[in-house]
Write a protein that binds this ligand. Structure first.
Ligand code: PMP
Length: 304
């Protein structure tokens, strides 16, 4: 898979190509992690067009995350969705791709004293695209490492804000997982409950109950998590709960799976040395969810 960004990008109200988005080393977001970003997948639909999935929800979250950093975007959510459509056209995208909007603090205004602050600083917005095929059809599975690195509590950084600086926490957790031979990290809250994986939400299934950590468990309430809750809520015979989940409960589950824009829906094969879902039912709820999710992301109707 190519990691090269596609040439056309959006930068502060203009469409640009090439290296035009050069950043000075005084960029404030670089110094203090004062930025907010999103990851949005665009899928090739059954009708052949490429459409961003749940773009309104993603840009709504970007606007809220930016607001926490006291950034008021000049573009509305609708404007941002229109920018994406324009970028998909300009870049002549015909296959699945990934859209990365990022807004960050740029420069201190002349009257602003040097130092860390959220007001008196300009901001920049860049939206770029990267080719990224869906991996839903592979039915991929993930081996999770129960990392000792705890999720930053919502009392320190609002968990629902997708702010760049907070991702040092996730990067350290993933690195810990990789260095221990795993694919991704499972992070706990300060008081030891299940929070989330590095960039995805966690679900578990036991019998006919599906559960996922609630919003007080220091999670980013994912857009894929909500789509999944809606799908699972309509599956006959299942009860679905958002609540606190302990590690022991997770390890004893029939199925564990992750949801997120990047990972889509992926089953968890193991957590540490504990295998998950090796019983006769396998990961049947996960498979049903993944199949329905795969259908929804490719539907050509305007539901996005
Ligand atoms: N948690 C974290 C920490 C994330 O970065 C992400 C990815 N945005 C998710 C969960 C999943 O969120 P979404 O389904 O909106 O991509």
């Amino acid at each position: 898979m190519k990691n090269d960004r596609l040439p056309w990008r959006y930068h502060n109200g203009e469409f640009v190509t090439g290296d035009e988005v050069g950043l000075p080393d005084s960029t404030q977001g670089l110094h203090y992690g004062t930025g907010a970003y999103e990851g949005i997948r665009a899928y090739r639909t059954t009708a052949g067009s490429v459409r961003p999935f749940r773009a309104v929800e993603h840009f709504g979250r970007l606007v809220r995350s930016a607001g926490i950093l006291r950034i008021s975007l000049q573009e509305s959510v609708d404007d941002l969705v229109a920018v994406c459509d324009d970028l998909l056209k300009r870049n002549e995208v015909t296959e699945d791709c990934y859209i990365r909007p990022i807004v960050f603090k740029q420069a201190l205004l002349p009257s602003t004293p040097y130092g860390i602050r959220l007001t008196g600083v300009t901001h920049s917005l860049v939206i770029s695209l990267v080719p990224m095929p869906s991996r839903l059809a592979e039915g991929r599975s993930v081996r999770l490492h129960l990392t000792d690195i705890r999720r930053i509590p919502a009392s320190s950084i609002p968990a629902g804000a997708k702010v760049t600086g907070a991702y040092v926490n996730n990067a350290l957790a993933v690195q810990d997982a990789i260095e221990n031979g795993y694919d991704d990290a499972l992070m706990l809250t300060g008081d030891g409950y299940v929070a989330e994986a590095s960039t995805s939400n966690v679900f578990c299934v036991r019998g006919s109950e599906v559960a996922t950590p609630d919003v007080t468990s220091d999670i980013l309430p994912g857009i894929t998590r909500q789509v999944s809750l809606d799908i699972l809520g309509r599956m006959p015979g299942l009860t679905v709960h958002e609540r606190k989940i302990g590690v022991a409960e997770l390890l004893e589950s029939d199925e564990v799976f992750l949801t997120g824009t990047g990972i889509e829906v992926a089953r968890v094969a193991s957590i540490g040395r504990t295998e998950i879902g090796s019983g006769p039912a396998g990961h049947s709820i996960t498979s049903q969810l993944a199949a329905e999710y795969a259908r929804q992301v490719r539907q050509s109707s305007p539901d996005r």
